[in-house]
Design a protein around this ligand. Structure first.
Ligand code: HEM
Length: 259
């Protein structure tokens, strides 16, 4: 078995593992919506693609922080790129499908009507706001997907490339507001009703995004407190940007101190 193609080709292994994982997450999410009473329909699939995207892309963002604080996550750090790209496939699906529902299919569903008003804490929010934020988030994720290859990394240089990828956190924030506006009232009613059913998938995703953003802030603070290792940017691997080497080098410092 040792000379099987999958073992000898690590890239293929990363892709296969990530696609299988993405597929399982998608099935689980579909089941969750179904279990909560949604009909098995194209609308359910549309929501499930959005949720799967957030879970996968969120994990891709979180892996740097997880790898820094917990050794067990170190081995998974190379999966960031693949999780991001498979997640992007799902979000592209959701974005295009939603655009179709907005402008071509006459679904009559209020979430796909541009001029619907949402009430969020006594404020009236026009549906164009979550629409624009969703679209902006999709544009940013598209740019991130486009520069996720080795060619772009080399062209842009490690530092600029890493800075550009951080814009992804803004996209994540846009996505958070995008679906919170549409769902906040449902979350509040669920809570007021005694919270005796499973929570809305979207409320769990909001919590998940909040944790990812907090982890990033914590990582940023930890990295800022430590002296930067003197590793020339050109020498870092293109698929493992500078941050990985800084994390690795900070870990060595930590371990030496413990010894
Ligand atoms: C052109 C871009 C986009 C459009 C037109 C759009 C549209 C929509 C619409 C209409 C809904 C409500 C669906 C329903 O309840 O049936 C929705 C929900 C959602 N969207 Fe988007 N979206 C876009 C981009 C994004 C992006 C980039 C993300 C995340 C990265 C995202 C994440 C979500 C999530 C998590 C939900 C909530 C699903 C749920 O209620 O369980 N969307 N979107």
């Amino acid at each position: 078995m040792k000379d099987s193609k999958i073992i000898t080709n690590p890239i293929l292994k990363f892709w296969l593992n990530t696609i299988s994982f993405g597929g399982l997450v998608f099935l689980f999410v579909c089941y969750y919506y179904f279990f909560q009473g949604d009909n098995f329909s194209l609308q359910l699939i549309n929501k499930a693609t959005a949720s799967t995207a957030i879970i996968l892309m969120g994990l891709s963002f979180a892996l740097s922080g997880l790898g820094y604080y917990w050794d067990f996550a170190d081995r998974k750090v190379p999966y960031r790129k693949y999780l991001g790209l498979v997640g992007y496939f799902f979000v592209l699906w959701h974005g295009l499908n939603s655009l179709y529902y907005y402008f071509l299919a006459n679904t009559g569903l209020e979430k796909f009507i541009l001029h619907k008003d949402w009430i969020v804490f006594n404020f009236t929010i026009d549906n164009r706001i979550p629409f624009i934020l969703g679209a902006a988030s999709l544009v940013i994720f598209t740019l991130m997907a486009l520069i996720s290859n080795n060619y772009a990394t080399k062209k842009l240089g490690g530092v600029r490339w890493r800075k550009l990828l951080r814009v992804g956190y803004i996209a994540l924030l846009f996505a958070l507001v995008h679906f919170t506006v549409k769902n906040l009232e449902i979350w509040i009613n669920w809570f007021k009703g005694g919270a005796n059913t499973l929570p809305q998938m979207s409320s769990l995703l909001a919590l998940y995004i909040a944790l990812i953003l907090l982890l990033r802030i914590a990582l940023q603070i930890s990295l800022a407190r430590k002296p930067k290792p003197k590793i020339p940017v050109e020498k870092t691997k293109s698929t493992m940007p500078e941050i990985t080497s800084r994390i690795a080098s900070n870990k060595k410092v930590k371990k030496r101190k413990i010894k």
